[in-house]
Design a protein around this ligand. Sequence first.
Ligand SMILES: *Cc1c(COP(=O)(O)O)cnc(C)c1O
Length: 440
Amino acid sequence: MIYYSTKRQAEEASLKKALFKGLPEDNGLYMPEQIAKLPQSFFDNIGEMSFQDIAFEVTNALLGEDVPAEEIRKIVDEAVNFDAPIVNVVDQIYSLELFHGPTLAFKDFGARFMSRLMSYFLEKGEKLHILVATSGDTGSAVAQGFFGVEGIQVTILYPKGKVSPIQEQQLTTNGGNIKAVEIEGTFDDCQKLVKEAFLDKELSEALNLTSANSINISRLIPQSFYYFNAFAQLKREGYKKVVFCTPSGNFGNLCGGLIANRMGLKVENFIAATNANKVVPVYLKTEIFQPKPSTATISNAMDVGNPSNFPRLLELNGNSFEKLTKKVSGAYFNDEETRKTMKTVFDETGYVMCPHSAIGYQALQDYIKEQGGLGKKTAGVFLATAHPVKFVEIVEPVINQKIDIPQRLQDIIDRPKVATLLPVDYKLFKEYLLSEVEAV
Ligand SMILES: *Cc1c(COP(=O)(O)O)cnc(C)c1O
């Protein structure tokens, strides 16, 4: 399969190139030239298929030209080794819980899949070094996702004192092929060091450096699996149609849904829900796309003022605003509304949501009201993007109740932290990398 850039100024790429390069030279985004439709038999049988079987069929349709079926089976079985159940919250509204993976957020799907696909494409004996700067969530998903993957080493930079204690544990307790570097500076300083390393030809070639950027095409593919799998679960409950609501920041998760839709999954409507960083909901109303500096909110994983996957939303809809808005509507909420939703839903149903998921719930409720209700055979599904315990300091005071810590998180909290402390100094950082990392 050929991958082209959404800006159409860069050379076309193979899957391997798009995977390792991440970004085309023209700063567009890679897209596959074709998105295959799945056969009707797939949708007829989907109710009887396991999550892994669904993931296999979807991946095989998208990547089958480039990766043999038995390898796809292995990649998928390792990447999708935890569930994404739907949970009924109220009436016809379901929560699609995407937080049963190792770092308790949906980014585990993308990181686990990307790592295994990269490992497959490495030549025998070839080594790859992933360098990431993180402000928290992406880094922990990448650290966990690449843990133990053959041929790949990972170095994660994070700003000292500026990630949550749980996130720091998730970044610094992996060991093995994962190294954590604590930088005496801000997230921007971390990013600058990483950028400089990539531009440093000598270093970049010596270590075979690659990023694990969230715009990597390989992260979108697994983010379509759970839309199909949610539909399979709904089918078993007797539903025929679905509305999905996706809490969004960079809009990669929503792109996963739109890919599923292009592959033939029937979706009545998508709702793109954001916090105060509302450039996309505003765009969907006005056709004016106006990126802004980001605003800090309690749903901080969605604090994005210039969503990186925005061009893909259009690209997946034939670059037609009309087509896009026929399928996708927008909504946004401030922190006060988000807190109110978390509280009301907890008081009325006992269901606990993280702030991001609460935004998804509220947007879905409002949509259903506007429509005057859902059809009898239609379910509304919001994506629960993180476990509420990840945002415990926000959620507990709102619902006035302690949240249980899942065992897999407790295990991480109990492990000793290992990180190297460095100042914001490129020379020292380079020396560290050259001494710590096996050259290739
Ligand atoms: C990353 C993240 C989001 C936003 O997802 P996008 O794909 O960037 O739109 C939402 N919620 C949580 C918890 C996240 O970690």
